[in-house]
Structure formats: C-alpha cells, structure tokens
Write a protein that binds this ligand. Structure first.
Ligand SMILES: [Zn+2]
Length: 310
C-alpha cells in the first residue's frame, strides 16, 4: 500500500527523471516525525537513452523498486537487546546498532532526570521500547508511510521508534526528540487533550538543545518582524503537513524557546509541578496558575516575550 503510494508519486513526476529531495524540510507532526537535516537527493537520470527506453523507464523503475522493496520486507529482522530496548535491524552496520543501544540507554536515564520526571514504570522485559532501524530512507518510507522529509518517527503509546542510519545527527536529533515525546507523554498521559501541541513539541525539541542554540534570537527577530505566531494560534495537529517550511521551523523554534523559558527562569521543580497538574487533568490555564503566577497562557506569553527582550 505504502510502496504503491510512493511509486505513484514517483510516476507522477516527470516520467524520465526523478528527484526526491529533503531540503529545508518542514518539521513534522507531533509525536510522529523528525525531519532530515541537510540535503539529500536521489537522481535517476535518462541522459542519452533511446526514446523507446525512456518511454518504458517508469515501468522498469517500478518493477525494480517493488522488487527491492519486497526483498527487503521479506528479509528477517536481526535483534539486539538491552535492559530497556529491543533494536530490530536488517542490514544496518553492527557498530551503528551498538551506538543506538548505548545512546538509547543514556537518553532513557538522562531525559527523565533532566525534566525532573520521577519514573514510576520501568521499561523492562515486555515493557521495553522497540527501535526499528530500516536499511535506508526508501525502505523506511515504504514501511512507515512517512513523508519524504521525515527522518524518524515514534508511535508514542506503543513505545516504538522507527528510523534508518544516516548522517551524524541521528543520535542528537531524531533519537533524542522521539524519546523525549515518549517519556513526556508517559508522564502527562497519552490521551491528555489539555497538553497543547507547542508543549509536546517544545519538550521533545528541548532534548535536541544544541540544535536550538539560536532559538531565542530567532524568536526575538520574529517578534520584531511581526512574524511571531502567538502560542494559542500555533497550528493544531494535522495542519502541520501543509505548513510552509519556514512557518514549521518557527513553530518548533517558538515551542522550544517557550519551554526553555519556563525551565530556565523558574526552575525544574516548578516545571514538574506544572506537568503534574496537567497529568492530574487540570486545564492548561489552571495548571499554569497553580505553578506560576500567570493566570493564563496569554500572560505567560507576555512574560516570555519580556524575558527574550533582556
Ligand atoms: Zn516531535
């Protein structure tokens, strides 16, 4: 089904040359995706090919493509286990898998203590999180149905992370971000509608801090240029796919900066109390009021903007 979708997209492109590009990709939906950083291109050129061959090229591509996909789907998963993770992979290098295990175990402890979340359930035995490492970007897209710019995704409730080995920032971005989502949602509740999208993404993005070192400056600039998006207007789930890339970028930057502000300015303990109030089914405004001196999100936003000015 997914293979078919991707194939259709390929075929709908110029029939002779196909270019899949992840350049300035939009960041993804909620707990589900992280984008690829940098530029990746796959070109299938047709230079100097006979006209007859060109006309049947899409068919050849589709045959080879589906053949490769089905071969990959049929291959057995290799399994590597640690205390809190089970990693499934096919052809990914063993070194890479060892790093996946090592980094996942580190994040398991670091993220919870970083956010001040005391763990009450441990990811042991059957509760271990699963990480699926696909062979490459195409294999990953076919299996998960993720968009072309996605570098990884998490099924938060099932504690499943899917990705593929690629550039150096896999561990610092995709893995950290997706684990941030799982740990945060485990704490505040998976079906908790009081948690706004900016908080969800802000906490996950907070795990990739090095990537957001310029966040405050960028938000300040957005305020100055009138591009700033008020927190309550930040897009809802589902609309993100249609956001232009720069809006998506600003959305994630603002989400990070707002969470960073709450933790830096008022400390971890208050942030934990705030999240606990949300977990205990208080509304966003009541949770803010019980931990901070803001009566609602609007007041918190004003304080955050003021903080950025200094
Ligand atoms: Zn996310």
């Amino acid at each position: 089904m997914n293979a078919k979708k991707i194939l259709l997209r390929w075929m709908s492109l110029n029939g002779h040359a196909v270019s899949i590009q992840a350049d300035n990709p939009p960041k993804p939906v909620r707990a589900i995706t992280s984008s690829i950083k940098g530029r990746r291109r796959i070109h299938i050129g047709t230079t100097a090919m006979p006209a007859g061959l060109i006309s049947i090229l899409p068919l050849i591509i589709s045959f080879v493509f589906l053949h490769i996909c089905s071969a990959q789907e049929g291959a057995e998963w290799n399994v590597e286990k640690s205390s809190h993770f089970i990693v499934y992979y096919k052809e990914a290098p063993e070194d890479f898998i060892k790093h996946v295990i090592g980094n996942s175990e580190n994040y398991y402890h670091r993220i919870a203590s970083d956010l001040g979340f005391n763990r009450y359930n441990f990811w042991l035995w059957d509760e271990r999180a699963k990480v699926y490492i696909y062979n490459n970007i195409l294999d990953y897209q076919v299996a998960t149905g993720q968009p072309f710019w996605s570098g990884g995704n998490a099924s938060v409730k099932d504690k499943i992370i899917s990705s593929f080995p690629y550039a150096h920032d896999f561990f610092e971005t995709v893995l950290a971000h997706e684990m941030g989502h799982i740990i945060f949602r485990e704490f505040v509740g998976f079906d908790n509608n009081a948690v706004p999208l900016w908080l969800d993404e802000g906490v996950a993005s907070y795990q990739e801090r090095s990537k957001y070192s310029q966040a405050d400056t960028l938000v300040r600039e957005a305020i100055g240029s009138g591009k700033f998006i008020p927190l309550e207007k930040l897009p809802q789930i589902g609309e993100q796919f249609s956001m232009p890339a720069d809006t998506a970028q600003l959305f994630y930057t603002e989400s990070f900066s707002a969470v960073d502000f709450l933790i830096k300015k008022f400390g971890k303990d208050k942030f934990v109390t705030f999240c606990q109030s949300l977990r205990d089914k208080k509304s966003m405004d009541r949770a803010l009021a019980s931990s901070y001196s803001f009566s609602d999100v609007g007041q918190m936003q004003e304080a955050w903007k003021k903080y950025l000015e200094n």
